[in-house]
Write a protein that binds this ligand. Sequence first.
Ligand code: ASP
Length: 439
Amino acid sequence: MIKIVKFGGSSLASAGQFAKVGDIIRADESRKYVVPSAPGKRNSKDTKVTDMLYDCYATAEAGEDFKLKLKKIKERYDSIINGLNLKLSLEEEFKVIAENFEKKAGSDYAASRGEYLNGIIMANYLGYDFIDAAEVIFFNDNGEFDAEKTNEVLSARLKKSERAVIPGFYGAYPNGVVKTFSRGGSDVTGSIVAKAAGADIYENWTDVSGFMVADPRIIDNPEVIKVITYRELRELSYMGASVLHEDAVFPVRKAGIPINIRNTNAPEDEGTLIVESTCHKPEYTITGIAGKKGFVAVNIDKDMMNSEVGFGRKVLQAFEQYDISFEHVPSGIDTMTVFVHQEEFEGKEQQVLSAIHRLAEPDTIDLEADLALIAVVGRGMRSTRGTAGRIFSALAHANVNVKMIDQGSSELNIIIGVANNDFETAIEAIYDIFVKTRL
Ligand code: ASP
């Protein structure tokens, strides 16, 4: 049994957190490969080391004195090293980093040092091998992740180490220059390592006990989702629920390796298991609720629209011309509505409207702004009658006016459009009916 364990920044923010991580790893001998992030925030006013590094490098790049900022970063690491009583000095490493900053080695290089140094500490603390990600994770010359080369080199390298630490977040171009993934990219590294190691499971340790059924900023103490499929996760993440980097799913999904989101501060919690498919029935019919505010509905009317072939294409062409992506397109006999992001649309509004007039010659176009979309997601909906009925009666009781309904044929989700002002009330009502009262 091989488990890959990735620890996020808050799990590694201090010596105390490192000690918890050490206990977790030692508690299960199949936790063979460890992917650390850089030290995160120790409290809400703290700064992540990655952000300190970006800032320090910007100072270096501007030709100003960056030494004090770099010293502050070193102090973060030293306090971890000392707190763990390790016989390790990062003096030489910091000399090299300072030299490379002077040489303007790039902000990716700078940011990557956060996980690189944390990886060195972690390997020393655990007595594991250290594998520099720049030697095993590759990007091509266009900056795209090179999955094939990485998998070949990394799996061969892992075979040589029974236990190892591989820092997250970065890799290298073919010429060896360091490149990072986008922010939060250590999740992606964990997934890549899991695939290369042929792992049985990818454990992603963070500071929450998994995916919540609904946003904890709206619902007090929401229930945790025990098992979720990749497709459900994608629907919920797209609508704003975030715990995991979006790209982290691909390597393991293709290899059929489940991801387990776990909480470093509550290791006894089972967390959320993300799987390709499952016969595990969700407890509440729905798996989760997520949503976003800030949409505009563009309502287009034309008599006899139903018989005009190509009308929809012409309307969508107007949006395409101005590089605006649409979210949903519910339609009636003589009406068609296009939901777009308000932010994207606002600046180009009049051009888009005149393009629709020119291309599709509608009778009227009417705009409705400040709308929110809510996705109610669940594989359990397919086999349960009355889900939509329950949602809409809950919304009616909560006095929420539903502006739009869209259910995909996969029956995996129901999308509901409401006014921005009703957003929180609507989510509460849906959560209550399925989770609290389990009606
Ligand atoms: N340390 C990097 C960041 O702050 C990457 C990560 O934590 O996954 O984005």
